[in-house]
Design a protein around this ligand. Structure first.
Ligand code: TTP
Length: 633
């Protein structure tokens, strides 16, 4: 459901940057012989030449579209180069594209807050950078700028900046446009990828604008042109209006373009769609959107899926398990890499599926999405995902004993948070102390894969351009000449103005390591400590009951945490949906506890030797508070 947020009082400069025909560009960089040729990237499934998922601009000229299959594309463009996505585990492997996207993001993120919105698009809040540029080069100074300093396209923007009728807000936008043009140029030189951008006062308008002139161009939306822009924008083209809400606007209110909404009062829209959605509709028709650019360079969740259309539908538990295992294998690899590189932990595992029943009496019943706390380690993820599937299938079939088929499966890891501050010394401690995985396995209950120890690589280092410097500059010089870094001002009338952890203590006997090895519950303790991070319920004998959700957003909201209690033996127990575990203070090496701040030590001791009063947590000094992830602004 759309959320109506008021716009901040001060003008913002927001950019939306979207890569052009992204997968095609990545393939063309990998194989430069493809440059300039009509090219498309096709799905792994090669039926009828494979479904097109990315179409290069040369191929678009022939009428080739993403909705086509390879065979059809060849009919209308015989020279088209069809490149199959890389394949791993019997399905598309998108790592090449993800890493390429990260390369660009690390460049774009240098000038302001950056929100990675998808594999190939970001939002940037360039307000501060634009304010600074404007204060350093006020319009009167711009008059005197040496023409040779700026390139021709930047000069087009400067020209506009000098216009006497441009107000402060629009001058800020113009500065934003210069910054975006520079960033795009830098991205082109360093990664060889072109992108397009929209620059406006909010995310909604910036996103609309970035798609208006592609490829390798940018569009600015000054306040004065917002009305014209929305007047002719079909409602279905607006984000969040592509589905039922947009259809209802068309059929119930006769609204075809966003601008048509202007005729309705806010009360009328609220009457039809409720206060929130009504207000949101009223706002968007005026170009008002207060959504902030969230500081996030990494994805909110990891997911991998596979479709099984038509005769490929999976009809046996064994075939589903086979695919679930493969998807989990990939997911496990990705969340482990996220942990290693970015020190981020995923908390929730979710399984989505699409299914049908033979002779379906309840065709409206959907296969319910199911989720549970995520345990690290491929085998555990696989076990849990299979149980989620079983649970979903039971609900889906109800009391009916009929044949069924699965036409799509996907597994997601969500609720990702930064590895809590303060655990570092223990992790390093363990890292230094853990023997080989073999001996750990020998211990029988603790496996290295259960413990997501991480290195400290920075995400920025992930995607380096592996290219010879000389070649890079030669190719890019010619490319820069042919690629327009264009800026287009969407002014009234819509007008184009530019061309284009290490303490090594002896912990043999009563160490925390022994504790981890000997107790099934070890990681529950860490979980509790890490604000119940659900890193792992490492050797839990019973499966935590899964939760059912209709969509991922709900899942995020519904993940609940267990209650803690101390049993009569003085063991700290945690109950999670009937699952109980216990630990003993004697098993913890006191020197490890000594590493923690005093108030945390006190609290841990209180867990095991609780004072008479029931509630041991004190506001602001609890272990949960200590381990809470740092809140980001
Ligand atoms: P888009 O940004 O939607 O499209 P694009 O970059 O290919 O082309 P454009 O220049 O028009 O923006 O998608 C980014 C990549 O995501 C795209 O290159 C391939 C992939 N993708 C799919 O795999 N399936 C899809 O249905 C879509 C829409 C995209």
């Amino acid at each position: 459901m759309p959320i109506a947020r008021p716009e901040p009082q001060n003008a913002r400069v927001i950019a939306h940057v979207d890569m052009d025909c992204f997968y095609v560009q990545v393939e063309q960089r990998k194989n430069p012989d493809l440059r300039g040729l009509p090219t498309a990237v096709v799905q792994y499934n090669s039926w009828k030449g494979g479904g097109l998922i990315a179409v290069g601009y040369e191929a678009r000229k022939f009428g080739v579209k993403r909705s086509m299959r390879g065979d059809e594309a060849k009919r209308i463009c015989p020279n088209i180069q069809l490149i199959q996505v890389p394949v791993a585990r019997g399905k598309a492997d998108l790592n090449l594209y993800r890493n390429a996207g990260s390369e660009v993001v690390s460049i774009l993120a240098t000038k302001g807050r950056c929100e990675r919105a998808s594999i190939d698009e970001v939002y940037l809040d360039l307000t501060d950078a634009a304010e600074m540029m404007l204060s350093e080069t006020p319009p009167e100074v711009l008059e005197e700028i040496d023409e040779e300093e700026g390139n021709e396209r930047e000069e087009n923007v400067r020209e506009w900046l000098r216009r006497s009728d441009a107000d402060h807000q629009d001058k800020l936008l113009a500065c934003g446009a210069i910054i975006v043009a520079q960033l795009r140029m830098k991205a082109l030189y360093e990664t060889k990828f072109t992108c397009s951008a929209g620059i406006a006062h909010n995310k909604m308008l910036a996103k609309l604008a970035s798609a208006m002139h592609k490829p390798a161009q940018q569009t600015v939306v000054p306040s004065s042109s917002v009305k014209d822009l929305l007047a002719s924008l079909p409602v279905k083209k607006m984000k969040q209006l592509g589905g039922k809400l947009g259809s209802s606007l068309q059929t119930d209110l006769g609204v075809n373009n966003v601008g048509d909404l202007l005729q309705f009062s806010q009360e009328k829209l609220q009457e039809h769609y409720g206060v929130n959605t009504g207000t949101w509709l009223w706002n968007i028709s005026r170009g008002i959107s207060g959504d902030a650019v969230v500081d996030r360079l990494l994805p909110k969740s990891h997911g991998c899926g596979k479709t099984f259309p038509g005769p490929q539908a999976l009809k046996t538990i064994a075939s589903v398990e086979n695919w679930v295992n493969q998807l989990c294998d990939e997911l496990s690899e990705r969340i482990q890499s996220d942990l290693d590189q970015n020190r981020r932990i995923a908390h929730t595992l979710t399984l989505h599926a699409r299914a049908f029943k033979e002779n379906d009496m309840e065709p409206q019943r959907k296969f319910p999405s199911k989720s549970c706390p995520l345990r690290y380690g491929t085998t555990k993820i696989q076990e849990d995902a299979v149980k989620l599937f079983d649970s979903g299938l039971r609900d889906f079939l109800g009391s009916q004993h009929v044949g069924w088929g699965i036409t799509s499966l996907s597994i997601a890891a969500s609720k990702i948070s930064d590895l809590p501050q303060g655990t570092c010394s223990i992790l390093k401690f363990l890292q230094g102390k853990i023997p080989s995985s073999t001996s750990l396995s020998d211990a029988g209950e603790f496996h290295k894969e259960s413990l997501p120890l991480s290195s400290t690589d920075d995400v920025q280092s992930k995607g380096c351009t592996v290219m010879d410097e000389e070649v890079k500059h030669k190719e890019l010089a010619s490319e820069a000449a042919s690629n327009d870094i264009d800026t287009i001002f969407q002014a009234k009338p819509l007008k184009r103005i530019g061309s284009s952890v290490g303490k090594t203590k002896d912990v043999r006997k009563s160490s925390i390591l022994k504790f981890f090895q000997s107790s099934n519950s070890s990681f529950h303790t860490m979980n509790k400590a890490c604000e119940r991070s659900s890193l792992d319920q490492a050797s839990s004998s019973s499966f935590p009951e899964c939760e059912e959700h209709s969509d991922l957003e709900q899942i995020d909201e519904q993940v609940g945490f267990s209650e803690d209690r101390i049993d009569s033996d003085g063991h700290h127990n945690q109950t999670r949906n009937g699952y109980t575990w216990g630990i003993n203070m004697e098993n913890i090496d006191p020197s490890v506890l000594d590493e923690l701040p005093m108030e945390i030590q006190r609290e841990i001791r209180e867990w095991f030797h609780p004072p008479k009063r029931a509630n041991t947590s004190r506001k602001g000094s609890s272990i949960v508070h200590y381990f809470s992830p740092v809140k980001k602004g």
